[in-house]
Design a protein around this ligand. Structure first.
Ligand SMILES: [Zn+2]
Length: 288
């Protein structure tokens, strides 16, 4: 799910007010009571999820290595408990626990690629609460509150040029300014957690963190064939802006994901709003 472009253009006080309204809307109505499916006596039905990554980018020993599809269970009351757990929500691991609970393979959700996680979450939402997902946005031009909806059954994976992926499950590109050949991997959600953690640590110690440096340090596997941590570390600290921007764009281009973008023409001013569909805790609630 790509970031919502241009979100920051909305005045903060308006956004605040909007978020509050949305929150009220969702807290006023309790989550709908699903007909609980019992796990005793019969098998919980399963479904298959196509992985946007097709199992590429996973290491040799990972259960999802080269798997195009994985099997998931339909959600039961057990998963409903996960979604309503305040402790999980507070720790930010609600979706991790949900993914681990519905997947048939025993996987640690932090070893998964973000795009594959998204595909599983979208499938779980669709199978339990229906494929119609409604959300609200603010028009970026006139701030009109717009109701949007997407059909989760229509979503496609973003096409990644998989021919460029090396046998090492990495991508190798030449940087435009320094002409260095950089090999990078697609980060798992665990890698991304580590980046967040280390930038938070730096802030705590009064150091101004540089997220680009942290991200590059995590994703770069080798530079001109040299994979020593010292080389990579020195390189990322002094990387030219032109190279850094290029590397980021290549990273996005090669990141497998579900295309979860929307387009919505404003009913009031005709402005065409585009962005990533917002996915929050209320993703698993339904109006139906
Ligand atoms: Zn508008």
């Amino acid at each position: 799910m790509r970031n919502n472009e241009g979100r920051t253009q909305i005045p903060p006080e308006l956004l605040d007010q909007f978020m509050k309204q949305q929150e009220e809307k969702f807290t006023k109505q309790p989550p709908p009571q699903q007909q609980p499916m019992t796990t005793t006596g019969y098998q919980v039905p399963t479904d298959f999820v196509e992985l946007p990554s097709k199992g590429l980018f996973y290491p040799e020993n990972h259960p999802w290595r080269n798997k195009e599809k994985i099997e998931v269970r339909y959600m039961t009351t057990k998963e409903e408990d996960i979604l309503s757990s305040e402790a999980y929500a507070k720790a930010g691991v609600m979706f991790d626990r949900l993914i681990e609970s519905v997947t048939i393979d025993r996987v640690d959700s932090t070893t998964l690629l973000p795009g594959d996680r998204n595909a599983i979450l979208i499938n779980a939402r669709k199978n339990s609460y229906g494929s119609n997902y409604n959300f609200a946005i603010l028009c970026l031009n006139c701030y009109e509150n717009l109701e949007c909806s997407v059909d989760l059954a229509d979503l496609q994976s973003i096409q990644v040029d998989l021919d460029k992926v090396t046998d090492n499950n990495t991508v190798s590109v030449e940087l435009p300014a320094s002409k260095k050949q950089v090999e990078f991997k697609i980060m798992t959600s665990g890698d991304i957690n580590q980046v967040t953690k280390s930038t938070e640590q730096q802030k705590k110690h009064g150091i101004q963190p540089n997220e680009s440096v942290e991200l590059h340090r995590r994703m770069i596997v080798s530079i001109d064939g040299d994979n020593s941590p010292t080389t990579i570390n020195t390189f990322v600290q002094t990387m030219l802006l032109k190279d850094s921007r290029f590397l980021k764009s290549q990273y996005v281009k090669f990141s497998p994901d579900v295309d979860f973008s929307y387009e919505k023409k404003c009913e009031k001013c005709d402005h065409l709003n585009k962005g990533g569909v917002p996915v929050g805790a209320n993703f698993f609630w339904s109006d139906e």
